[in-house]
Design a protein around this ligand. Structure first.
Ligand code: C2E
Ligand code: MG
Ligand code: MG
Ligand code: MG
Length: 292
């Protein structure tokens, strides 16, 4: 029995679907022009030594300055980029831009050792990614060991030989490989053993709940143990206050990122931070950083 109300709900639902589909189409269209119109920007979030507050490196995070919608976060457009193959050229831009910035910082005598770049699994599927990485490093005279590529566990959902070969090629090239958002995806101990990861990033879901319950704390401790067995560094994402920092240090985690230390910063602000040589967090805090 179909009632009037169900019919209305159906049409409303349909309109909503149309709106979502239309929005994706619009975004795809706009995304095609975004690169040529120079609408992307990289922001940098420091990776911090938890014990001393010194900056050990940084993570490049993409933002899209959309002419009408304002600043869009990666969560709003990366999946659209992946589905439309645009992740290839966008990913290349990110890689080259991050290397270019690192070259500028090194030329200025700023002793930043590491830049991390997020890489989508789809970039591997395009096949020439290792070549692109080598090109970006050579063009900017960057030591491969200064570049870290962050890959999520979705890399394991596709066991293709192509993927495995590229990861091994990248490792042979000397860039660091980091497993992002660890604990939320497809990892098995077998995969971890087979792939040469230099770093594991504990997903912020675990980090932020570290004080809430003992189970969660034990999971973080276990991740640190796995990481140690693999000889990888461990980085905690989403460190938002001193209590979490202290708990991490107690468990033996030494590197972290999060709003407690700094939001992701525009390149000028991040450079200013490097020039100051100061420890984080700054007081007074920069640019809307979260309160403790
Ligand atoms: P991710 O690589 O795990 O990056 C961490 C995200 O957490 C960033 O969000 C960062 O701004 C945010 N974050 C950092 N500290 C804190 C904190 O203390 N609390 C909370 N609540 N959040 C914090 P963002 O910039 O929106 O990036 C989201 C995701 O988009 C990234 O997750 C990454 O997977 C992806 N992404 C970012 N840039 C790129 C890129 O250039 N290429 C690709 N393929 N993906 C990217
Ligand atoms: Mg990341
Ligand atoms: Mg992450
Ligand atoms: Mg994440």
């Amino acid at each position: 029995e179909i009632r009037q109300r169900d019919i209305k709900t159906f049409y409303r639902y349909n309109r909503e679907m149309d709106r979502v589909a239309q929005e994706r189409l619009d975004l795809t269209r706009d995304l095609r022009r975004a690169l040529e119109n120079d609408q992307f920007e990289l922001h940098y979030q420091p990776k911090v030594d938890l014990a001393t507050g010194t900056v050990k490196g940084c993570e490049a995070l993409i933002r899209w300055l959309h002419p009408v919608r304002g600043m869009l976060m990666p969560g709003q457009f990366i999946s659209v980029a992946e589905q439309s193959q645009l992740i290839g050229p966008i990913g290349d831009w990110v890689l080259f831009q991050a290397c270019r910035h690192l070259r500028q910082w090194q030329d200025a005598g700023l002793d930043l050792v590491q830049v991390s770049v997020n890489v989508s699994v789809d970039q591997f599927r395009l096949g020439d990614f290792t070549h692109k990485v080598r090109d970006a490093l050579e063009t900017h005279a960057i030591d491969p060991a200064a570049l870290t590529l962050e890959i999520t566990e979705s890399v394991f959902s596709d066991e293709s030989e192509l993927l495995r070969r590229q990861i091994n090629d990248l490792h042979a090239l000397g860039v660091r490989l980091s497993l992002d958002d660890f604990g939320t995806g497809y990892s098995s101990l077998l995969y971890l053993q087979q792939y040469p990861f230099d770093e594991i990033k504990i997903d912020m879901g675990f980090v932020r709940r570290i004080l809430d319950d003992p189970l969660n704390r034990n999971i973080v401790s276990m991740i640190l143990g796995i990481s140690q067995v693999l000889g990888a560094d461990t980085v905690a994402e989403g460190v938002e206050n001193t209590a979490v920092r202290d708990a991490l240090l107690e468990l033996g985690c030494h590197i972290g990122q999060g709003y407690y230390y700094s939001m992701p910063l525009e390149v000028e602000d991040f450079r200013w931070l490097l020039e100051k040589h100061s420890r984080l967090p700054l007081t007074p805090r920069p640019l809307g950083a979260a309160k403790d």
